[in-house]
Design a protein around this ligand. Structure first.
Ligand code: NAP
Length: 519
């Protein structure tokens, strides 16, 4: 039997009392390790984090918490090679895809460490200026943000075991809130190993970081009114979390990042072969293939002017044909595996559903797998679908196939394109490709209400743009409607979720003390 990974709960490493769930290599089909959370005393584990971890973190200043994050980052850097080995074995990703998760997580952690250092020796934040409440300025109101006196339960999706962990944990810990991490079972190994390295290095305040791997049964039950839950995953699980009594009756604050039918839009008037056209093609191919399309931000719908439909299909198809798929350990393989047989089956099912309304423009099945047995490996080639009548193809606007699949859609004019983009019902990101700065700005604003991020690619930023699907810690991550309605990252904005806002109404003298206080 493989190793059973421990949970860090209540300040000690504890094994579950069940036989555990196997984590499997998605390319070779071999069992790697097991995880199990059966029998853990979750209520006392949550209480330990809330009381011991919370007290210790709130005693520190932002600067001291930032130093803690820096120290954790150093520990993780020192063990980076081991994380790459786990990623290739458990997620089946090629090195550059593992980097998106591992180095993306470290970069985000480092960004919040640097941000925290600029907040210095304070322990709370002022929110705006004081406001007079009457004619006389003597009595005023000042909003303050203080750390939530609870624990943050961080529930993550399978596709980003590292980045998902640190993009949530870094703002929480910097805010002075202890965290309990629940990674998705299928890829929990990397998150468990990272937490183990940091805990064993003893660089964090005691009680501030815990991890529970395995079943989520009963996980939300110990949540108390001042606790928080930050969730990333499917809309179905999000609905379960939203309707849990902790959220509905105890007002536990919940942030949800769910699935999203993201768009890429080539602006009207761009000629085939123009730089904007080429940039769209390149970005679409990258988004379809990075992490085998298992990115919540990946491009799912590609909108081009009607007259460019064939040209776009040919250009994207030609680049997809060069993508080698198979064992990520083999030389020259560019795209590794999906994470599990379950995901492979889900991608095939979603593809079949879309194909009832769309035609295949580039067939992923035509890609021969390199050094991988199709009967075992969860590998699948990239498929480009196309739809001539985008108004009638409702499934394309509603179905997220979480794999290397995207659909090309023609539009008549910009108003038509924007109406079609909005049929995604709220997305994490839309990207625009064009060269008219005024028109790009206007279009970005027109999409801003329904997208957490609008990524504008014009020829002048061709080399510098950070990529449609890359989540930068400086920018907001999240999206309205179907995307879950949540907000993460966005520089200092991420701290808001982990703080409570209160209005202090007092005399000018009291407020002056508060404004100069570092308490
Ligand atoms: P999932 O099945 O919803 O699982 C997400 C997490 O929730 C896992 O840790 C899972 O644990 C846990 N969970 C399941 N049932 C639960 C319950 N009743 N109570 C508490 N936790 C529970 O999603 P997934 O398959 O891992 O991820 C794929 C989806 O995530 C895609 O739809 C993708 O679009 C979305 N996603 C969104 C973002 C974003 O930032 N918006 C980022 C990445 C992925 P177990 O694994 O143990 O079941």
């Amino acid at each position: 039997m493989s190793e059973l990974l421990s949970n860090f709960c209540g300040g000690r490493w504890q094994a579950g009392c069940g036989s555990g769930t196997k984590l499997v290599d998605p390319v070779l089909g071999e069992e790697l390790v097991r995880v199990d959370s059966a029998g853990l005393d979750l209520a006392s584990g949550f209480a330990f984090a809330r009381e011991k971890g919370g007290r210790a973190l709130r005693a520190l200043t932002f600067g001291e918490r930032a130093a803690m994050l820096t120290a954790a980052g150093k520990v993780l850097q020192a063990n980076r090679d081991a994380y790459y080995e786990i990623a290739v074995a458990n997620s089946g990703t090629v090195k550059s895809d593992s980097a998106v998760d591992i180095d993306g997580g470290l970069f985000t952690l480092g960004t919040y460490a640097r941000l925290g250092a600029t907040l210095g020796n304070r322990r709370f934040l002022l929110d705006g200026d004081s406001a007079r409440l009457g004619k006389d300025p003597l009595f005023q109101s000042q909003h303050v943000l203080v750390p939530a006196r609870g624990v943050a339960l961080l529930i993550n999706a399978f596709n980003f075991p590292s980045w998902g962990l640190w993009e949530k944990a870094a703002p929480a810990l910097l805010s002075g809130v202890p965290v309990i991490v629940k990674p998705a079972t299928s890829t929990a190994w990397l998150a468990q190993r990272m937490v183990k390295d940091v805990v064993d290095a003893n660089v964090l305040a005691p009680g501030s970081l815990s991890i529970i791997c395995g079943s989520s049964a009963g996980l939300l039950d110990p949540l108390q009114p001042f606790d928080l839950v930050a969730f990333t995953g499917s809309a179905e699980t999000a609905a379960v979390i939203r309707s849990h009594p902790a959220v509905t009756r105890r007002s536990v604050r919940a942030n949800v990042e769910a699935d999203s039918i993201n768009s890429a839009l080539l602006m009207p008037g761009e000629a085939p072969g123009s730089l904007a056209f080429e940039l769209l093609v390149k970005e679409v191919v990258r988004e379809m293939t990075v992490k085998s399309g298992q990115k919540c931000t990946a491009i799912r719908r590609i909108f081009v002017p009607e007259a460019l439909y064939e040209r776009a299909s040919e250009a994207i198809g030609a680049q997809l044909a060069d993508v080698t798929v198979g064992n990520p350990r083999s030389e020259g393989v560019r795209m590794g595996a999906l994470v599990s047989r379950t995901q492979l089956a889900a991608v095939r099912k979603g593809l079949a559903l879309l194909q009832e309304q769309a035609q295949v423009l580039h067939d992923g099945a035509a890609h021969e797998l390199v050094d991988a047995d199709p009967a075992v490996a969860c590998c699948v080639g990239p498929t480009l679908l196309g739809v001539r009548d985008p108004d009638a193809a409702d499934r394309v606007h509603e179905t997220e196939v979480f794999g290397p699949v995207a659909t090309l859609l023609p539009y008549r004019d910009l108003a038509h394109a924007l109406a079609l983009v909005r049929r995604g019902q709220g997305s994490l990101v839309a990207s625009l490709y064009g060269s008219d700065a005024a028109e790009l700005a206007e279009t970005a604003l027109a999409l801003a209400d329904s997208h957490g991020r609008v990524h504008v690619v014009s020829p002048d930023v061709a080399q510098q743009q950070t990529g449609h699907g890359n989540v930068m810690p400086q920018s907001l991550h999240g999206g309205p409607g179907r995307a879950g309605g949540g907000e993460e990252l966005g520089g200092p904005r991420a701290l808001n979720f982990y703080h409570r806002r209160s209005a202090v109404q007092a005399s000018t003298a009291v407020l002056a003390n508060l404004q100069s206080s570092t308490a």
